[in-house]
Ligand binder design. Structure first.
Ligand SMILES: [Zn+2]
Length: 123
């Protein structure tokens, strides 16, 4: 069994945000080469990575938005186009690009391996 007692919901709009040991979290999948866990909160039905202290978790954007932003940026899509495609402001795109900095490529490689939207590509 996974011990999730040290984790808490990362969704600031969730009633259980920041509270540990409530049993509201489950592991819904593992992803990436390090098999990081994607956690699911039963209270708000949000999903998030167990990872902390990265640019992703210093953010108010939902993770999937951040992933999309960084993905586009890493693919060389311009700021304006990225903002339009993802549906966030240009400022946000710039902010996350800068924040990710040198980690962008690494982050991108890892996040691209995380593609729950296409079950056919699952191994
Ligand atoms: Zn929650």
């Amino acid at each position: 069994m996974d011990d999730l007692s040290h984790f808490c919901c990362q969704n600031q709009d969730c009633p259980d945000y920041g509270k540990r040991g409530l049993g509201n979290l489950t592991v819904c999948m593992r992803y990436g080469q390090h098999q990081r866990r994607l956690l699911y909160c039963r209270t708000c039905k949000d999903r998030f990575s167990e990872r902390k202290g990265t640019p992703l978790f210093d953010s108010r954007l939902p993770e999937h938005k951040v992933v999309e932003v960084l993905h586009h940026v890493a693919e060389g899509v311009g700021v304006r186009k990225t903002s339009r495609l993802v549906g966030v402001s240009k400022d946000t795109v710039v902010r996350y690009s800068l924040r990710a900095g040198e980690h962008a490529q690494q982050l991108h490689d890892e996040l691209v391996a995380f593609s729950p939207s296409d079950p056919r590509s699952a191994v």
